[in-house]
Design a protein around this ligand. Structure first.
Ligand code: OOG
Ligand code: MG
Length: 270
């Protein structure tokens, strides 16, 4: 199949996801794919999933921290769409046999109290629209082989979205200093990274403002009640069968994620 339009690019990425088969970069085949068109590919994937019964529940930012930008070799943040099917309840293992090459990253999560739409959104107005702040884990799963992609590729791939967990602890936005809120990330008992909220765009509220302004430039908005993932605070870590990944935050609680195949989760009824 030749990939040279929005429909074929979206279909190729959805097929990679369904078949659990990572693929090469779209931009290798469709060299003219620009950022605006990549957003159309992302939107087409969301449309197709919603047509099959899924639902939009929020927005995510990607590549907002230096740690993530350096790892992926891309210095510009991006936005993508969170779907209901990505929600992983706390205490449920990461469903490894549905994923290709999952990696886990700790994030600061906002639940919105008011609608937010750019242009002109500042960190202060953004934070004033937040109802509650949570810790979260995002499980990313690029549909590109070895996470090798250029910016339009990853935008088209809905920013590698796969699953996310929102922690049960929450605080009001004026009751926490998100600049200094710290996280320690550990894998099987070994601390592998630490960061504070300053890691994402200088402050998580700056990341939220960036998302509102980017969406606004495309006529879109963050709606009241929606969830916003502000981006990995640290580099993401791979998760495999039996791994236990813990993110301990100063005030937002500790989140634990384990990896399991269906044999262990008992979900495989075949
Ligand atoms: C792209 C998604 C980035 C984040 O939090 O930075 C992202 C990727 O790293 O594959 O979700
Ligand atoms: Mg993320």
């Amino acid at each position: 199949m030749t990939i040279n339009d929005v429909a074929s690019a979206s279909a190729a990425l959805r097929s990679a996801e369904d078949q659990r088969q990572a693929r090469g970069r779209i931009t290798d085949e469709w060299t003219g794919l620009d950022l605006a068109t990549a957003h159309q590919v992302q939107a087409e994937t969301v449309r197709a999933k919603v047509a099959e019964g899924d639902r939009v529940v929020g927005t995510k930012l990607g590549l907002t921290s230096r740690a993530k930008q350096q790892r992926m070799g891309i210095s510009s943040p991006l936005t993508a769409v969170l779907l209901e099917s990505y929600v992983l309840p706390a205490d449920v293992p990461v469903p490894l046999d549905r994923l290709i090459q999952p990696r886990v990253e700790p994030e600061i999560v906002f639940v919105m109290g008011k609608r937010l739409q750019g242009p002109g959104v500042t960190a202060a107005t953004a934070l004033a629209a937040v109802e509650r702040v949570h810790a979260g884990f995002e499980v990313i799963d690029s549909r590109y082989r070895d996470y090798s992609f250029a910016l339009p590729d990853v935008v088209a791939d809905n920013a590698s979205s796969a699953c996310f967990v929102v922690g049960s602890t929450s605080v009001a936005p004026d009751q926490i200093d998100l600049l200094l809120e710290a996280v320690a990330l550990s894998v099987n008992g070994q601390t592998v990274a630490t960061a504070t909220g300053a890691a994402v765009q200088g402050h998580p509220a700056e990341a939220l403002a960036l998302a509102a302004n980017e969406l606004g430039s495309r006529g879109l908005a963050i709606e009241a009640g929606e969830i916003v993932l502000t981006g990995g605070l640290t580099d993401a870590v791979p998760i495999g069968d039996g791994d236990q990944i813990v993110a301990e935050f100063t005030h937002l609680g500790a989140l634990v994620l384990t990896g399991a195949t269906s044999k262990k989760t008992g979900e495989d009824n075949a």
